[in-house]
Design a binder for this molecule. Structure first.
Ligand SMILES: N[C@@H](CCC(=O)N[C@@H](CS)C(=O)NCC(=O)O)C(=O)O
Length: 199
């Protein structure tokens, strides 16, 4: 059985919880207190961070790497595209999400006021650029739900919590976000602390 070490407010851990629930297989989630990390976390992950996935002698860290492994191990429903070209495009998107969106979250959470405001502006502008995609299609890669939707959803959930306000032209993105938030697996994967982040 797979065991996920997860943070109750961690957007990266939420990604992995979503995939585990989407797959509907047996797994165990261990909540890690990030203010008081267990000593073995640093042994499992050299960056001493969650999420970490353990399955027998395999220990993985990095949410997107964990999620690709779960997707390959339990292929139904498949979340990465089957076609190599689309798969490569999906990986490029995942990389860009990290660089252009998620890399800035740390500055909002623990940066000074100036750094936090700059990070909010960068995230707001990069998200707004994605909005036109959803005038044409239901999800990030087309009409099907995929790993890209999993990867971005925890940020969309936390927009108010992080103090990020999107302009009117981002309305299609917010509508898309509601579609993701209403998925049964998305709801099941949320922790009580995450539920409390958004009214
Ligand atoms: N790139 C990593 C980021 C993981 C990460 O930043 N985890 C944070 C919580 S959201 C963490 O464990 N922080 C604890 C620490 O750095 O002390 C991933 O995608 O898994």
């Amino acid at each position: 059985m797979m065991t996920l070490y997860s943070g109750t407010t961690c957007p990266f851990s939420q990604r992995c919880r979503i995939v585990l629930f989407e797959k509907g297989m047996d797994f165990q989630i261990i909540d890690v207190d990030l203010q008081n990390k267990p000593e073995d976390l640093a042994v499992m992950n050299p960056y001493n961070q969650v999420p970490v996935l353990v399955e027998r002698d395999l220990i993985l860290h990095e949410s997107n790497i964990i999620n690709e492994y779960i997707d390959e191990r339990f292929p139904h429903p498949q979340l990465m595209p089957a076609d190599p070209v689309m798969r490569a495009r999906a990986r490029l998107f995942l990389y860009r999400f990290e660089q252009e969106l998620f890399a800035h979250i740390a500055d909002i959470v623990k940066g000074n006021q100036k750094a936090a405001d700059k990070a909010r502006t960068i995230i707001r502008d990069n998200l707004t650029q994605l909005a036109p995609i959803f005038s044409k299609q239901k999800h990030m890669l087309g009409d099907e739900f995929s790993m890209l939707d999993v990867a971005i959803a925890p940020l969309l959930w936390r927009l108010d919590f992080y103090g990020i306000e999107l302009p009117k032209q981002a309305a299609p993105l917010l509508k898309y976000a509601e579609r993701i938030f209403s998925r049964p697996a998305y709801i099941e994967a949320m922790t009580p602390s995450e539920k409390a982040m958004r009214k």
